[in-house]
Design a protein around this ligand. Sequence first.
Ligand SMILES: *Cc1c(COP(=O)(O)O)cnc(C)c1O
Length: 433
Amino acid sequence: MPRTDQLLADPRLRLAADRLGRDLVKAAVTRAQGRARAGEITPDRVADAAVAELPATAASLTPVINATGVLVHTNLGRAPLSRAARDALLAAAGTCDIEFDLDTGARSPQRGRGVIEALRRAVPAAGAAGVVNNNAAALVLAATALAGGGREIVISRGELIEIGDRFRLPDLLASTGARLREVGTTNRTTVEDYQQALSDRIGFILKVHPSNYRVEGFTRQAGVAELAALNVTLVHDIGSGLLAPHPLLPDEPDAASSLAQGANLVTASGDKLLGGPQAGILLGDEPLVRTLLRHPLARALRVDKLTLAALEATISGPLPPVARSLTALTGALSDRAERLAATLTAHDIPARVVDAEAAVGGGGAPGVTLPSVAIALPEELATALRHGPAVRRGESPAVAGRVAGGALLLDLRSVDPADDERLVTAVLLAAGH
Ligand SMILES: *Cc1c(COP(=O)(O)O)cnc(C)c1O
């Protein structure tokens, strides 16, 4: 058995130690030695095996091509960032002028100014904007600053939602010390229900977009304009982060319309339909946003330079992948699918082009299906595509598809066209080519 220090002297592993650190390289060496001891490989192959065991990066996250057809997939990290956002993020990753005036060389209080200006340009109806860690943080900040100390948040029983993974909005709000005043019923709440609950203990009325489910039938909810007419601070959690109306998603609320209808504050996520990094977006009346951002809690919820850079580039730069996926024409998806399937069939992999149905996902636009096109492959490839040897060696991204009717479907609506070549390579490697 070659000794560990001998193996670590291998030029390939020495070079890897510069990139990955000595501990991760040593762990790969130990795994390779273990395989030799188990008789899987001969001792002269240990160095090669250690090189093959090296992780792609020093972090344990594996890139995954999202071919599930769910555009915003929470388990896959929600929105993929645009090229522009990735570039901006990388540029800010070192030291940058986040709180530094390059003109004067003095400290600058303009942290986050770029993204605030981008938000204000995108939503002129907002008197002010702010960014916090995520939408849950935006709601906690609003509840603490506007209804802390036992004041009441009036909310419809039809909007007491669980965001996911047992995170329940009512619990989140109650954790701030605010009191929830539930009005109406699960399926029907009128503006009179809200009106009857008003008292001098009110912090604000909260309207929440039930983004991940839909109540159908005998239903009614009070609209933003009706609630705004009650002359109590109105906070609207729109969820998905559409800044303006989207023609394909008529039932999805957006910040500009909500503010135009009289909401005082809109909160939203940055990494759902907006297509950016995880963030909570605050848009609304200037004094209200200022009160929130000057609250001591705001410091605990603030975002870092990476988020600020990626979010600004998402809003100011070219359309992010989520927005492009949403509007991609099925004809274009078919062309891509035919091309990819032809390459795979040329390598004797049975690939068919089939119609599919994609979804927005990420707790957005429930019930909306988007016509899509998928490549159908033998179901057995699903495992190798997720964690076959090529994925483990970092030679191929993992691919997540959807198994249906005995086939593995790779839905192209959720795949960035720039990833088509990587997708083909991943399938070829998974099939043993
Ligand atoms: C997703 C969602 C949240 C939580 O947002 P995060 O950014 O994940 O914290 C809150 N409210 C609504 C309506 C949502 O859709």
